[in-house]
Write a protein that binds this ligand. Structure first.
Ligand SMILES: NC(=O)c1ccc[n+]([C@@H]2O[C@H](COP(=O)([O-])OP(=O)(O)OC[C@H]3O[C@@H](n4cnc5c(N)ncnc54)[C@H](O)[C@@H]3O)[C@@H](O)[C@H]2O)c1
Length: 257
């Protein structure tokens, strides 16, 4: 029997039922993958890996701050040495910080782009050479409706980074396709996570309630709604899909707001 395939997910540490990264880790584990949960939050990340193992799955944890090339390279090398392969990477870590244009200094711009865009590049680069050598593998990036279709006031840096993720994904997809490796992106709309529930940086609890009334499917998304799309893109069912963005937003983008 073939050994379980290995997933490396970034930003997988948020527990307590919220977090797209955690939901992704659990969905892949349920599908029989070994999951390497990574995050800057060590206790939380270990908790997600332990949750998977307690449920009969296979998982481990590694600290990975996606702002560090050294950590990205070291974690990928360690997974390759322990598991022999990285079959999929889910580039999920990303933050949205509300900053009005007048206060959007070079430093704040750079911080967001370094984490939300270059952070994905670093981890993809660290994993892709072994995928190309094995002539199999899949990269899934998290973009946003704010990068695909909408602007977001006081989040210019975030929108720019998320639009950049699509360019990154398409460039990677084109370059690695001949080696049998795929890259795609998922664009959530509103998903009930710590990020969306932050009143300081995003909609906050009240705003989430209001947003739900504007979603054609009648509710904001749950992390599992996104995780299942990510799992599809990494699976053999999507073997002929590369360079694409799948919008999973309950229909938000197709109706006038
Ligand atoms: N929640 C939404 O409505 C929504 C909508 C569109 C896109 N997204 C995108 O989906 C992804 C996940 O979003 P979420 O809502 O689950 O976010 P979240 O804030 O709930 O979780 C993000 C995770 O990333 C981790 N993280 C933060 N900085 C990191 C770093 N430097 N290195 C590694 N990990 C780091 C956090 O510890 C956390 O576990 C993000 O890329 C986000 O931009 C979310």
């Amino acid at each position: 029997m073939a050994p379980p395939r290995t997933l490396l997910v970034t930003g997988g540490g948020i527990g307590g039922g919220i977090g797209i990264g955690r939901a992704t880790a659990l969905a892949f584990a349920r599908a029989g993958w070994h999951v390497v949960v990574t995050d800057i939050l060590e206790a939380e990340g270990r908790g997600v890996a332990a949750e998977i193992v307690a449920g009969g799955g296979s998982a481990s944890f590694a600290v990975l701050d996606v702002r560090s090339t050294m950590q990205a390279d070291a974690v990928a090398a360690a997974v390759l040495s322990e598991r022999g392969a990285i079959d999929a990477v889910v580039l999920n870590a990303g933050i949205a910080r509300k900053v009005p244009l007048a206060q959007l200094s070079d430093e704040r711009w750079d911080d967001t782009v370094d984490l939300d865009l270059k952070g994905m590049f670093r981890v993809a680069r660290a994993a892709l050479s072994s995928m190309r050598a094995r002539r199999t593998g899949s990269v899934v990036c998290l973009t946003s409706l704010m990068g695909v279709a909408w602007g977001w006031t006081e989040h210019v840096h975030y929108s720019a980074a998320k639009a950049g993720v699509i360019g990154l994904m398409r460039g990677l997809a084109a370059e690695v396709a001949a080696d049998g490796v795929r890259a795609n992106a998922v664009s959530p709309g509103y998903v009930r996570t710590a990020q969306l529930l932050s009143a300081e940086h995003s909609l906050g609890p009240e705003g989430v309630g209001l947003a739900a009334t504007r979603v054609p499917l009648g509710r904001v998304g749950e992390p599992e709604d996104i995780a299942d799309v990510i799992l599809f893109l990494a699976s053999d069912s999507a073997r002929y899909v590369t360079g694409q963005v799948i919008v999973a937003d309950g229909g938000l983008a197709i109706v006038p707001q």
